[in-house]
Design a protein around this ligand. Sequence first.
Ligand code: SF4
Length: 238
Amino acid sequence: MMELQEYSYRFDELEVSTAIIEKFMGYEPGHAPEPIPQLIEEVFAVAHDYCDIKGGYVMQDDIRIDRSERTLRINNTYFEIKKIISNQLRKMDNIALFACTAGPRIGAYSKELMHEGDLVKGYIADVVGSEIVESAMDKIQDDLEQKMEARGLHITDRYSPGYCGWSVGEQHKLFSFFPNDFCGITLTDSSLMEPIKSVSGVIGIGPNVRRKGYVCNMCDMVNCIYREKRHTKRADRC
Ligand code: SF4
């Protein structure tokens, strides 16, 4: 089985709010001092023009988790996904490999603002870009969940190279499962995604898996940007 689904979104279809951006910046939602809320609104006002939001997934069913080796095999490709992810995916029967991007312009806009010396607004544009791609991926994951529930199946949380012990160096293997130029995302020699505001990874599928939340208490990646926010769905966060 190889099912491919592709999506595109407008900025105003996503759940990116001032409160979410304030929280990501370390403020109590609704309590960031001026000019932060004003600058967030200014970035939101132009975000539509700076976004090209695309994403999707490919499903595969020739898969196997080796829990002692902490590896994942998809067809003939092996991934060293390590302990946290192999535990969370161990009961899956199918897997969705996903990628999603906000497009190249929001990152370029942020850099341009910083280059001009507008560091705070540039940082806000950077945070907005990150939240756009996470919010779009939330929508894709929710749609996948609905489709699978209609078949009597469930899904896991999503896991990405570079997090939860999985090396970002395995990104090239992950992208080998996508059609060429999938969502306009390319990889650098060091396995980073271009556009920079992009995410990729895997989601487990099956009758015996669930979205349980991340097990960050088992992880020593203290500065992970997802440590706090991945525990709850974003709509519940603010
Ligand atoms: S802190 Fe949590 S989300 Fe981040 S890498 Fe560790 S387990 Fe994964």
